[in-house]
Design a protein around this ligand. Sequence first.
Ligand SMILES: Nc1ncnc2c1ncn2[C@@H]1O[C@H](COP(=O)(O)OP(=O)(O)OP(=O)(O)O)[C@@H](O)[C@H]1O
Length: 612
Amino acid sequence: MAQLRKRVPSRMTLSPRVAQNPPRIAPSGKPIKRKSNGPFGGLNLREARIRGVPERRSQAAEKRSSGWKGKEDQPRGVKIDRFRALKMQRALAPVSYGYRTSVKERISQIESFNDFALQPIVKDSIAPQALIGMEDIIPTPIQRLAIPALLGSDGRSRRSRKKTIIGPAKTNTTMEEFLLAAETGSGKTLAYLLPTIDAIKRAEAVDPDIAAHKIALEEEKQRQYALGLQSPPLSNQPHPTTGRPRAIILLPTSELVAQVGALTKSLSHTIKFRSALISSAYSGRVIRNRLFDPSGIDILISTPHLLASIAESDPNILGRVTHLVIDEADSLLDRSFTPLTAAIIDRATPSLHQLVLCSATIPRSLDSFLRKRFPDIRRLTTPNLHAIPRRVQLGVVDVEKDPYHGNKSLACADSIWTIGKAAEEHAVSHGEVHKDKNLDMKHIIVFVNEREKAVEVADYLKSKGINAEALSRDTPSQRQSEILTAFTSPASPIPKSTDNSPAVVVTPPEPEPSLATYVPLNRRSTPPPRRSLPNTRVLVMTDLGSRGIDTLAVRHVILYDVPHSTIDFIHRLGRTGRMGRRGRGIVLVGKGDRRDVVREVREGMFKGQALV
Ligand SMILES: Nc1ncnc2c1ncn2[C@@H]1O[C@H](COP(=O)(O)OP(=O)(O)OP(=O)(O)O)[C@@H](O)[C@H]1O
């Protein structure tokens, strides 16, 4: 022992090479591996590697567990586990943040409708025919993105493809396919309509059949004049487009057919083309007259049901179609509509130049359908797709709390009374009471999940002195359009906010938003039964009937039931806050409702994030 002690140096001295990195290659030429788990593994290290503390995960590992597709996908400062509850549903197809950013940059260079390669007459018709009474009109993001692409003027070469569309027999080598996806109320209709009209006008100018028809008409006219007839009779020869339109726009409901039809008609007055709208709202005779009008038909607007049944008996109706637009594509390509819509696409494919699908949401089901059926489709999606604009605020009413004690209908009535009374007080105090009571009218939409519930809720609201009506498939179509007209025309001016900026007042949600953040003014008082609320009109419906309806007059939306998915949240809240306007949603949350989902949607809205 004493001998051993003698040999040990009295002081431990560090090697003179302690600061140097250890050699990586051994004299034998083999790489030296440091043993990190041995007793000396921690020596001579410049950084502490303390065992038991988890190492920071690699980016790849984080990416794998978060579901983000790439580094650019992950928004800066966003916690990885956000949208926990919504991720369980995973209703919407993701769009990468990298793509969103690149689109933002690309479209920022377009400032005016004059920047598009549209024909002058089309450009000149936008303000007086499509956007009547609006000043300082600029194209919206989807219009900036889609119009150049559909016109083929965005510098991206037309992809020539040879493909099978639906059935093996139907191939078309020149057809282009587009998916236009943008927020609700962001001007998607004009985004596809203007290039479609432009295309049919160009085609008309070089169509030999139409040129020959014009000559024949002129000759006949001259002959009649030569015979001394004052008003020449109409030619017996029908126009080449009679019963064979060049463009078809499909929409899910007759209300939407009427809405898009009215816009198309308005543009036709100056651009000079012929359009016809058909739906179950018209008699068979009217439909026939419109389709087979001898002066021809350039654009046909229809529901798939009606068109599919006409095409069944008269396939020629689809024989000349070069442009087919499927608006509200997430509905028209869902399980119930797909057979009809696909049959129409299939029949039209041989002559098609462009197939345009348009939607405010890309559900995962639509995404996988497109990957299978249209793998080359060009997706034109706006930077804010799937985000509910920040100018729309979402309040939450906890129905379980005092004074409602689980009575949702009471909470709904109370919220409506609060809105109506607040509007009345505001109008009186600001001297804004109009003689025409319609100008002061508040239009509120109440959404329920089930059709049957709509009538029940409307009846309850009526019993509380509220002017409420239920809209369902059972409502006669004439009545439906009368009701909707009141909600689509912006009678009273609704404050506007700039497109991307948040509303003037945005109340941040608390870190853990309480479900009683929306406090009705008269929360203690049940609306008295014999009093009525004259300045408020309420529509109770499921969102099926309201998809795409341009409810400009609506500032308030009440979600009586918590929507089943983010898709429904987007479409229902999308009935307010349209085209830069401000809006307010109120969601009634009761027993058994997904409070976590509501909270996440609300947080996402406040942050302006895309929902999942
Ligand atoms: N460039 C523009 N500037 C101002 N308003 C516009 C512009 N383009 C369209 N609008 C108006 O915006 C409103 C909404 O347009 P549109 O109905 O096409 O929206 P949308 O995107 O189809 O909505 P949804 O997804 O709900 O169907 C319409 O009243 C339309 O007149």
